[in-house]
Design a protein around this ligand. Structure first.
Ligand code: ZN
Length: 351
């Protein structure tokens, strides 16, 4: 019998760092996974129990711009492009409201942690803090210093920058040095419009790279040798027409691959949708794809000791899915069904 602050969930637990489905129960006590067992018990909730997602790359700042025209990448998000013109003109309150709506959407579609590449310098960071207030989400903020600054806001986890192509490399190196001296992290878009920025990005010794859809096999080997994780955003790549990343080759080379939904103006920040594209178009390996969207993202954000998978002692950042929903009814491989077809409408409860 559960004590007052304990919650029991029964059903199929997607358990451990290898995401093995097992029948049984899970007990949450004070927000921590206290126990996982095999017995069939009376429970508060019943269903498929999964860890929540880690969205390792998103720009929530452009959330108020929902339907831009199809344009080449540089015209959309490059310096002086549509996104930046919009952000310069939109009222601050509208930008913050758009961000808050996206964050609520993320929480409702199973995401727990996200890494936001924040434009707009210190006030851009402030906007995210305001938008996130009291929401059940964890953020890693990767800020961009305002023009002329080389410091990063203290509230940031680090420094998230667009392609090295957009910047003066020596200034970027100076900014990276400042970030490092403050124990802050560095993440860079690379290999998105072309592969000519990958060597410069690697030279900054980043904590992770974003995209690499244009990377050649030699580029991927260099990334693997440098042990730099990669966050892929294939729905974004489809919207901007830049080609898809070779996720299979990345995993074969041992690269840690995380997943991000990128600009909200291009795609909803819904990780179920990103996961479905990857499993169908890029990598027929349900377990690996689920890991990319959960534990790998948590590892890239350096929170994998606490969240990202279901193990005793970890925080219970979980969702319970209805295996009897019209969408999931009849599943005999719950993990595969979750990866290929589950969505927000299958969620019974989010912890
Ligand atoms: Zn991006």
């Amino acid at each position: 019998m559960a004590r007052s602050r304990e919650i029991l969930i029964a059903g199929t637990i997607i358990y451990g760092d290898d995401f093995t489905p097992r029948q049984g129960y899970l007990c949450i006590s004070d927000g921590i996974i206290k126990e996982v067992g095999d017995e069939n018990v009376e429970a508060d909730f019943r269903g498929i129990v999964c860890p929540r997602f880690a969205n390792a790359h998103v720009h929530t700042g452009d959330s108020a711009l929902k339907d831009p025209p199809f344009l080449p990448l540089c015209d959309l998000v490059g310096p002086g492009g549509l996104k930046h013109r919009f952000l310069a003109e939109a009222p601050r309150s509208r930008i913050v409201e758009g961000m808050r709506r996206s964050l609520q959407d993320m929480a409702a579609t199973g995401t727990y942690a996200f890494a936001d590449f924040r434009e707009g310098g210190p006030d851009g960071v402030e906007m995210l803090v305001e938008a996130q207030k009291d929401l059940p989400l964890f953020s890693r903020i990767l800020g961009r210093p305002a023009t002329g600054e080389t410091d990063v806001s203290r509230r940031c986890w680090g420094f998230g920058i667009s392609s090295t192509r957009d910047h003066d490399l020596s200034r970027l190196k100076a900014a990276a040095k400042v970030a490092r001296s403050k124990d802050q992290h560095i993440a860079i878009h690379a290999g998105e419009a072309g592969n000519d920025d990958i060597d410069d990005a690697l030279a900054l010794e980043p904590d992770f790279l974003v995209h690499l859809n244009k990377a050649t096999d030699d580029d991927l080997k260099k990334v693997a040798a440098a042990c730099v994780p990669v966050v892929v955003c294939p729905r974004s790549n489809l919207m901007t027409g830049v080609g898809l990343p070779d996720i299979k080759r990345m995993t074969d080379l041992g690269i840690t691959v995380g997943v991000g939904t990128d600009n909200v103006m291009l795609n909803s920040p819904n990780m179920f949708e990103e996961m479905q594209l990857i499993i169908k178009a890029l990598l027929h390996d349900d377990r690996q794809v689920f890991k990319m969207c959960t534990l790998n993202g948590a590892e890239i954000m350096q929170i994998d000791q606490k969240v990202g998978s279901i193990r005793e002692g970890k925080e219970a950042k979980l969702m319970v899915l209805n295996e009897n929903s019209n969408n999931l009814w009849g599943t005999i491989q719950p993990l595969d069904s979750v990866v290929r077809r589950a969505g927000a409408s299958d969620i019974i409860k989010i912890f």
